[in-house]
Design a protein around this ligand. Structure first.
Ligand code: MG
Ligand code: MG
Length: 271
């Protein structure tokens, strides 16, 4: 499929992205100590099907579930299981849907109960780095500008930026060109143009950037077993500037969090 989308196609991607946003919002209201990640996965699958869509990850590259749920030192691609969630866990949840032939795909990392200040900082910095990256996704900029913005913001604060896994273009397939690394050099790589749609998704570790692949073929953990965070949005270039197609507002509503980050982003992206 073409690397750029027309307005009609972008609106269909927005519809899919917003269904992911609502699914994550529903899940946000259910995450608590004692619940299993497999239970959350079943809820998400039902919710997505009830909304006339199909889970995007289920069966993709033979992934067995609807959600990728990656607790603590797991970076991404965690398989839901029957282990109960514990107080203090930090749990990244990634969700994809397919509706009207277009994909939505984004992720949020939740702190459960009492999390340490160190972990809070990791979550804050990872999410902030996502917005720094998104601000650079505009006509005339290049892939390296987004990667540089994320890498610079996180490494300056002492965090590890995962290299092996990257963001991507989004459309009728989940992973399209261009690849969107969370590291890079300013002014390098593919040039952004009107109508591009991507998923930007920093995966940031509290310690080393190095990761370990496990025998199940999916699970990826940090090499030093320190926590990892993952936030992802879907964004289109419209009138030269980035426009969020996904939102964390359903999550904030479910958790009772007041956040103006998306409005602030919209008001400030030209800086
Ligand atoms: Mg994702
Ligand atoms: Mg993605």
């Amino acid at each position: 499929m073409s690397i750029t989308k027309n307005r009609e196609e972008i609106e269909l991607i927005r519809e899919s992205a917003l269904l992911v946003s609502k699914t994550l919002g529903m899940i946000a209201g259910e995450i608590k100590e004692g619940i299993t990640t497999l239970y959350l996965d079943k809820l998400a699958e039902e919710f997505i099907r009830d909304n006339g869509a199909i889970p995007g990850f289920l069966g993709m590259y033979d992934f067995p579930n609807t959600l990728c749920i990656s607790p603590n030192s797991q970076v991404v691609h965690g398989i839901p299981n029957n282990t109960p969630i514990k107080d203090g866990d930090v749990i990244s949840i990634d969700c994809g849907v397919l509706k009207n032939e277009f994909y939505g795909d984004h992720a949020y990392t939740f702190g459960v109960g009492n999390i340490s200040q160190e972990v809070k900082n990791l979550l804050d910095v990872t999410k902030e780095s996502l917005y720094h990256g998104i601000r650079n996704f505009k006509s005339g900029n290049r892939v390296g500008d987004v990667g540089y913005a994320i890498q610079n913001y996180c490494e300056k604060r002492g965090y590890g930026v995962v290299r092996e896994l990257v963001g991507h273009g989004l459309g009728k397939t989940m992973h399209e060109k261009p690849e969107m690394p969370n590291y890079g050099k300013r002014g390098k790589g593919k040039k952004f143009v009107e109508g591009m749609v991507v998923a930007i998704e920093p995966m940031i570790n509290q310690g080393t950037h190095k990761i370990k692949h496990h025998k199940d073929g999916w699970t990826i953990t940090t090499l030093d077993n320190k926590p990892s965070a993952h936030f992802e949005h879907n964004i289109a270039i419209i009138d030269g500037n980035p426009e969020l197609l996904s939102t964390f507002s359903y999550i904030y509503e479910a958790l009772g969090i007041k956040s103006d980050e998306e409005n602030e982003f919209i008001n400030n992206y030209k800086i």
